[in-house]
Design a protein around this ligand. Structure first.
Ligand code: TYM
Length: 351
């Protein structure tokens, strides 16, 4: 156990890329967990840190104005969806430079083969697309993101589990070489939300262009829902709801009773997918109605969002500074004394 972490509190941490507006996969796989884990919530951790991964987004978003506006929209969306900055620390990844420094330390213990097996890079390479070193080393930066805060639990969707395994590997190697520096985190997935399907039945993902965005204009959203692909079995044929992506999406938002009723309809047959789609339009509108209202109110309050992010960055830097100092000391980069940027940050000075 790291020397300054006794007794160890549970600390949730996760990051989300501002590469587009958040979709249902992001919400049901990850954001909903962020909210459940924030202190005071029903499955609360002792502390919760959530950030907007703008450094990771740089590997895909090349337009600076677009990136800035996506980062702002991401912060607004997270708060509108229920992330409470009084209870959780919300910040922007690049506001904590300690993380990029830590990522170099980890890079020196990262085998090339480990990164070659990571799917984001492998997929791009297999599709014959050019990949840059940013994409290749992406999991190392992600490991630094997690380890910099002594996170114990990382709420994510299934697609991020491999990266958390890499993080645990690197932390283990570093600890083996230099002593118990890092806390090993565990991924946290939710049943039913770990792999939300997109409109075509594959995993919902911006890169597959099969997303339904949380705050999409309602009529555009309705059109997308009505275009969800379904099979062409005749109306009267009974169908199994299990494994049907339309039913899966409906189940994420419907009440238990409505879900059971819909499953019965599937099994009985004699109905059209159009009816399920209409029902999905209704439940999704109801599910996000309050968040839409909160979003509308927050959108114009730029100052409030900036203040939340600045306060979050100061708290995040204070913690990451401690961990970075610990790691540098352990591997011989500092002269042995505790040079804690965190101490300066806490006093309100430049860290
Ligand atoms: P990103 O931005 O691709 O996705 C954000 C979160 O949404 C989850 N997710 C899904 N969950 C279920 N079903 C889906 N269809 C679906 N699509 C996306 C993702 O699993 C993720 O939890 N590398 C990360 C960002 C990151 C990070 C971190 C996460 C950077 N540093 C440190 C955790 C800890 C990513 O690209 O997520």
């Amino acid at each position: 156990m790291p020397p300054d972490a006794t007794p160890q509190p549970s600390r949730a941490l996760s990051g989300i890329q501002p590469t587009g507006r958040f979709h249902w996969g992001n919400y049901f796989g990850a954001i909903r967990q962020y909210i459940d884990l924030q202190p005071g919530a029903h499955q609360a951790a002792d502390e919760a840190y959530y950030f907007i991964a703008d450094l990771h987004a740089l590997t895909t978003v090349r337009d600076p104005d677009r990136l800035r506006s996506l980062v702002h929209a991401a912060a607004v969306d997270l708060v509108a969806l229920g992330l409470d900055p009084e209870r959780a620390v919300l910040f922007i990844q690049s506001d904590v430079p300690e993380v990029t420094e830590l990522s170099w330390l980890l890079m020196t213990v990262t085998p090339m083969g480990l990164l070659e097996r990571c799917h984001a890079y492998k997929d791009k390479k297999n599709r014959g697309l050019p990949a840059d070193a940013g994409l290749f080393t992406y999991p190392v930066l992600m490991a630094a993101d997690i380890l910099a805060y002594d996170a114990t639990v990382v709420p994510v969707g299934e697609d991020q589990v491999q990266h958390i395994e890499v993080c645990r590997d690197l932390a283990g190697t570093f600890n083996h070489l230099y002593g118990e520096v890092f806390t090993l985190p565990k991924p946290r997935l939710v049943e039913g939300g770990a792999k939300v399907p997109g409109t075509d039945g594959q995993k919902m993902s911006k890169s597959y262009e099969n997303t339904i965005e949380v705050f999409e204009d309602p009529s555009a959203q309705k059109k997308k829902i009505m275009r969800i692909t379904t099979d062409s079995r005749p109306m009267e044929e009974p169908k199994d709801p299990v494994g049907d992506h339309l039913f899966e999406l409906y189940s994420l938002m419907a009440s238990e009773a409505d879900r059971t009723r819909m499953a019965e309809l599937y099994r009985r047959g004699g109905f059209g997918y159009g009816e399920v789609k209409k029902a999905l339009v209704e439940v999704s509108a109801a599910c996000f109605a309050d968040a839409r209202d909160r979003r509308a109110a927050l959108e114009s309050d730029r100052g409030r969002i900036e203040a939340i992010l600045a306060a979050g960055a100061a708290k995040a830097r204070a913690r990451a500074g401690k961990v970075l100092a610990r790691a540098k000391r352990a591997c011989g980069l500092s002269r042995g004394e505790t040079v804690a940027p965190a101490a300066n940050a806490a006093k309100g000075k430049q860290a």
